[in-house]
Design a protein around this ligand. Sequence first.
Ligand SMILES: Cc1cc2nc3c(=O)[nH]c(=O)nc-3n(C[C@H](O)[C@H](O)[C@H](O)COP(=O)(O)OP(=O)(O)OC[C@H]3O[C@@H](n4cnc5c(N)ncnc54)[C@H](O)[C@@H]3O)c2cc1C
Length: 264
Amino acid sequence: MYAEVRDIESLSPSLVRVHLTGGTLDAFEGTPATDGYINAQFIPADSPLSVPYGPEDLETLDPEHRPRPRRFTIRRWDEATRTLTIDFVAHGDSGYAGSWAQRARPGDRLQFKGPGGSYRPAPEADWHLLVGDESAFGAIGASLEALMAGDRALVFAVVDGPDHEISFPSAADVDIVWLHRRSAEAPETLLVDAVAGTTFPAGSFDVFVHGEADETQAVRRHLATERGLDLTGASISPYWRRRFTDEDWRRIKRQWMAEQQAAV
Ligand SMILES: Cc1cc2nc3c(=O)[nH]c(=O)nc-3n(C[C@H](O)[C@H](O)[C@H](O)COP(=O)(O)OP(=O)(O)OC[C@H]3O[C@@H](n4cnc5c(N)ncnc54)[C@H](O)[C@@H]3O)c2cc1C
């Protein structure tokens, strides 16, 4: 599938919202998951490839000119206007996806596969725990938007500073704990320290924790060990890893996750 950039919004200094329409989106089918994602293919700058392309176009292409796959959450799929909205972290010039979003212009094309996805706030839970950095804000935002009046959510969200906070519209009763890296002595433990230092509301809850690998793992370990939670069915995964490109990270991710889970 492919789509074209309709317009771009700057949500914060570190988040770029891209609305995609046209292309083959008439055939796109949304997912009930609020962490639904596409596997987008980013073409290196010096590649002769252009969107749309087929498998036959890749056969003769040098490996360095092949598209780089990256997963991105569907912040919103608007069935009526057939518009796909994605919130990209603008993390500088390194990599393919973040820099593509920062440079995106109307008419630019993006090819992708999907969607996949598995989490949706459990209706039977008394409240919902959502923890993450900017890469998880698409899923956190979609989850909060799916909640109804009378539902409750507790969110821990880490950003660089107060000017990087964004709004998460929701009909539910949402308590957001914003954490700021810039003013923190230990930015990489902000999430786990905040979660560990909080008295949770009473009642049953489901768990959604996504973002940087070491940070999500620290929260997972805390929930499993210090809180003694059974995390079967919890939605916890490392979306990216500091100092690793997505290719390098995917190469070891499965084994790393197995080792981390075995270590708890
Ligand atoms: C299911 C799923 C859904 C995801 N949804 C989203 C989403 O909606 N929005 C989103 O922005 N990301 C999302 N991600 C994460 C995204 O796929 C990765 O961050 C990816 O590495 C970005 O690719 P890149 O080409 O920009 O950088 P890469 O080439 O992969 O990496 C280059 C450098 O940038 C660093 N880097 C990568 N991501 C970040 C970041 N978020 N912050 C700071 N530094 C970073 C790397 O550690 C590396 O040093 C999702 C990941 C998964 C698995």
